[in-house]
Write a protein that binds this ligand. Sequence first.
Ligand code: HEC
Ligand code: HEC
Length: 290
Amino acid sequence: MRKRSITWSLLLSAAVVFAFSAACWAQVTQYDEEQRMNMESHIGKLTGHATAGEPLYRRFCIGCHGPIGDGEGENAQWIDPKPRNFTLGIFKCRSTPTGTLPTDEDLYDTIGRGLVNSNMPRWFPLSDQDRADLIAYVKHFSPRFAKEKPGSVLQIPPEPPVTEERVKAGQEVFRHTECWKCHGVTGRANGPSADTLTDDFNRPIKPFNFHDGTRFKCGETDRDLYRIFMTGLDSTPMPSFADNLKPEEAWDLVMYLRSLQPMNTPEKAIAKKLGLKPINPNAAAQPQTK
Ligand code: HEC
Ligand code: HEC
């Protein structure tokens, strides 16, 4: 009997210690987050303040991204792809290398642009200052922004003129870097791996279908397209090709991808003139032309 009560009291004190440390931990994290309310953002001449961003966030963003920024807002259950969890400090649209933090400008552009093919809208009604303040508030959710600096911005050389050779060479890049494994040989998001892909949170995810539209999540210009595959979309299977491609090859690839999209680009006219056939993934040789 005596032994038993000792065991119980031991258990009880263990529980007390556990509860106490959990409470402390919760307090520490909350304390950390409050400390980070002095977070700023810097975009050109604008300085954003987390304190000014908070009421805007509560009004416009909380329903999806949630009160603690973990992406679990009350609407999150209804939408796919899911809202970003800001506490991780991981973002798709970056001008910085994979694995590093985005710049404030990157986040600012994202808010202005929205993310196509998702429920994340463009935020036209917000003033430039509002957007800067919101960025500071978004950053305050993650301890990463207090400790790390953004990666160095990808340098993009000017776009060379579009030529037949470049469009053809771009198709070869598309083949040997194996974009087709996910995006499909004609860019219709039906490659051999397409149905098996999941994001870092184990949620199924589809590759981009180049025939679907002219805009991407992370922009719509040729430079945006160049940057997207060079920096990758972190937290998704879409890798960074910065270590695989020289700037020349990257521009060739941009030109080939433009020939796939549903718009009348010079690249498309060239591909038509050349009679470019979809790549044959098994052939080691050059892409086939007429
Ligand atoms: C209707 C839901 C919804 C609302 C409201 C919303 N978002 Fe989002 N947001 C999303 C979704 C969904 C994603 C993820 C899209 C994706 O991964 O393709 C996202 C992603 C983001 C990202 C990450 C972009 C990247 O590069 O990874 C940022 C930053 C962001 N939202 C900021 C905001 C801000 C600031 C507000 C308020 C002004 C806001 N969002 C309001 C749904 C929403
Ligand atoms: C392992 C599979 C995989 C490979 C290989 C791959 N991608 Fe992707 N790609 C994806 C997925 C998945 C998405 C969609 C990500 C999302 O919706 O968040 C995507 C999205 C994209 C987008 C649209 C991004 C946006 O902002 O909307 C572009 C452009 C793109 N890929 C280009 C390429 C190119 C070019 C290559 C080859 C150099 C390539 N991808 C290789 C899986 C892949």
